[in-house]
Design a protein around this ligand. Structure first.
Ligand code: CUA
Length: 378
């Protein structure tokens, strides 16, 4: 081997090892999306099954590797032994390596199939029912009217009580925006909170269900796990697990009317409803309504916005109101045009770029005024 090609190999090996180290470093246990550190009952069951299969697969893997290396070394071609003894048609071996894998698969299949059925069992009577509506590219959470209260529609942050079973209905069609299966539908998504349960697809035209029970209070990170277009990777959400008391308080506060009505908001209300037409896609007046964009009636009670991608700070919100597509990629260039054939609108438009003729471009002062109004809506 020449010196040059040896150096090339060393560089290649070093680069490969470095890349591997970086990739593995991304898998630290403290990433808040670790299915190997389950805190939900269902996620624990899945993890136990995974470990069981991993051990069996690991033993088989080691045996196969050892056998392969042994055979390669022991029976390698040597002077005088170019053609080792052939063993075609050994009945005992043929039967053995047909039966053994069948037995192994059967052993793996029994707990797997039984867990699949268990994960799909109907929820307990006391379960809390919430509907997750997957939009492009954010999650809406609908709480049904309970105990004389009203329905609650919120976005990005799913509040649930600790220890109680949560029965999610997963929906890709929003009936309030048209009649399914064609109206109000978008594409396939997948609901996934790795530390609480496995993934479940969210499919237009069919409601799926998924239940989970969180055993510890805290915030769990969720992620859309099915490619759904431009901002699929940004389609996050949070599950905020709190005590039953905190949850009830939260739900009651969400059922309240807005802290400030559009009429009380003065000039900001005028900017919101008339000048920039924010009410075409959002509502700030009624937390029970499902509309095209996130319901903002209690926006300030959330810690994040934009599908959990940004912290809810005044600065982030002002930048978002001015030019949302520069913060998260969206197909929203035509969103300020009147809706109609050939007009594509997915997401929130920029109010400083692509202003259609006859419509106003937003100033920073106007965005600040809007943000200050929205941040009062706790
Ligand atoms: Cu929604 Cu990917």
């Amino acid at each position: 081997m020449t010196n040059g090609s040896r150096r090339k190999r060393v560089i290649l090996l070093a680069t490969g090892l470095l890349t591997l180290a970086l990739v593995v470093a991304g898998c630290g246990p403290q990433n808040d999306q670790n299915s190997l550190r389950p805190t939900g009952e269902q996620a624990k069951d899945i993890d136990n099954l995974f470990m069981f299969v991993l051990v069996i697969a690991g033993i088989i893997g080691v045996l196969v590797m050892v056998g392969t290396i042994y055979a390669a070394v022991r029976f390698r071609a040597r002077p005088g032994n170019e053609r080792p003894k052939q063993t075609h048609g050994n009945t005992a071996l043929e039967v053995g390596w047909t039966l053994l894998p069948a037995v192994i698969l059967a052993v793996v299949a029994v707990p797997t199939v039984s867990l699949i059925f268990r994960l799909n069992e109907d929820p307990q009577p006391g379960a809390l029912r919430v509907t997750a509506v997957a939009k492009q590219w954010w999650w809406q959470f609908d709480y049904p009217a309970e105990k004389g209260g009203t329905k609650v529609v919120t976005a990005d942050e799913l509040h649930v009580p600790v220890g109680r079973e949560i029965q999610m209905t997963l929906r890709a069609c929003d009936p309030s925006l048209g009649t399914p299966p064609t109206g109000g539908c978008n594409v396939i998504h997948s609901f996934w909170v790795p530390e609480l349960n496995g993934k479940r697809d969210v499919v237009p035209g069919r409601d799926n269900t998924l239940s989970f029970t969180a055993e510890e209070e805290g915030t769990y990170l969720g992620q859309c796990a099915e490619y759904c277009g431009l901002s699929h990777a940004n389609m996050r959400f949070r599950v905020i697990v709190e005590s039953e008391r905190e949850f009830e308080d939260w739900l009651a506060s969400q059922q309240d009317g807005p802290a400030v009505t559009l009429a009380e908001a003065g000039n900001a209300g005028e900017l919101f409803s008339t000048k920039f037409g924010c009410t075409n896609c959002h509502t700030t007046e009624d937390s029970s309504l499902s509309v095209y964009g996130p319901n903002l009636t209690h926006l300030a009670s959330r810690t994040t916005f934009a599908s959990g991608y940004y912290k809810l700070t005044r600065r982030n919100l002002i930048n978002w109101i001015l030019d949302a597509p520069s913060m998260i990629p969206m197909e929203s260039e035509e969103c300020r045009l009147p809706p109609g054939p050939g007009v594509t609108c997915v997401g929130m438009p920029s109010f400083v770029k692509n202003t259609p003729p006859g419509q106003p471009t937003m100033t920073r002062a106007e965005a600040e005024e809007l943000a200050d109004y929205l941040l009062q809506l706790d």
